[in-house]
Design a binder for this molecule. Sequence first.
Ligand code: ATP
Length: 309
Amino acid sequence: MTRASGGGTIADNAIEMVNLTKTFAAPRGIADLVHRRTAAGGVTPVDGVDLAVEEGEVFGLLGPNGAGKTTLIKILCTLVLPTAGAAKVNGYDVVKESGRVRESIGLVTTDERSFYWRLTGRQNLEFFGSLHNFSTDDGREMVEELLGVVDLKDAADVRFLNYSAGMKQRMAIARGLLNDPAVLFMDEPTRSLDPGAAESLRDFIRKEIVGSRGKTIFISTHNLAEAEELCGRVAIFDEGKIKVIGSPNELKASLGDGSKLSDVFLHYTGKRFEERGRAGAGATAPGFRPDRRGFPHRGGGLGRRRGGV
Ligand SMILES: Nc1ncnc2c1ncn2[C@@H]1O[C@H](COP(=O)(O)OP(=O)(O)OP(=O)(O)O)[C@@H](O)[C@H]1O
């Protein structure tokens, strides 16, 4: 277990950050515009973060709402520029070599609106595959493989709009794996799932993505069970800062027998950890029912749904 500390140099790890900082300026009001001055206030959701993640690790960033988890992941995925400090992913600088970084990573978010709802699962993956400049044959081959990996072969020709929350999330994982990335970033991958579907997805990530594929995974989560079940090491992250890093067992043991990860959070942040409210988005969309493992599968009635939206 290591306390977060300042300083250090960037070496060759899967992910490295030194003094990484992002400040969003406060929006300027009329008076600020007239007087040509910056507005008072602003937020710093990433505040001097030093961290190294080794190849093959499943690393978790555990923090509450607004801790800055998404902003940190966006910087590492080159979607947001840092204000200060430096970060490398797969040895590439996120600012100076952003193209190389993007080629070598995958990003899984819960933003299902980024898919095309009228297209089928297969068509969606073929479209996103084409953005990676695959040849048509290579792209199709990769899509078929990934449909198998995420267990959506049976539903590949069903429109995305008819997928359950769990199926949509597995599509997001398939999309994140299209370029066979060395590092997969996952921003709260079970955020919109009910507890059963979230457990199934964690099981799937553990067996298929970590176990079989051996990817380095950087996962942000607001869920204690997720951090415990999936992550080799966890950083407790609050108000833009890493408070402590260690394996879930090390962190709990450091507070004595019977301690839980929520106790660790309280100890290092002075705050009670509030689990995110269950969205209850429904593991199962109309026309689908969960199978033995909790994965939704098509039942009767889908054919009677109106297709167009
Ligand atoms: N583009 C932006 N402009 C201004 N402020 C922003 C921007 N993006 C994020 N923030 C602010 O940064 C803070 C951290 O947000 P962020 O989304 O990174 O946190 P988070 O830990 O992912 O939280 P959540 O779990 O609620 O998504 C919040 O106060 C948010 O309002």
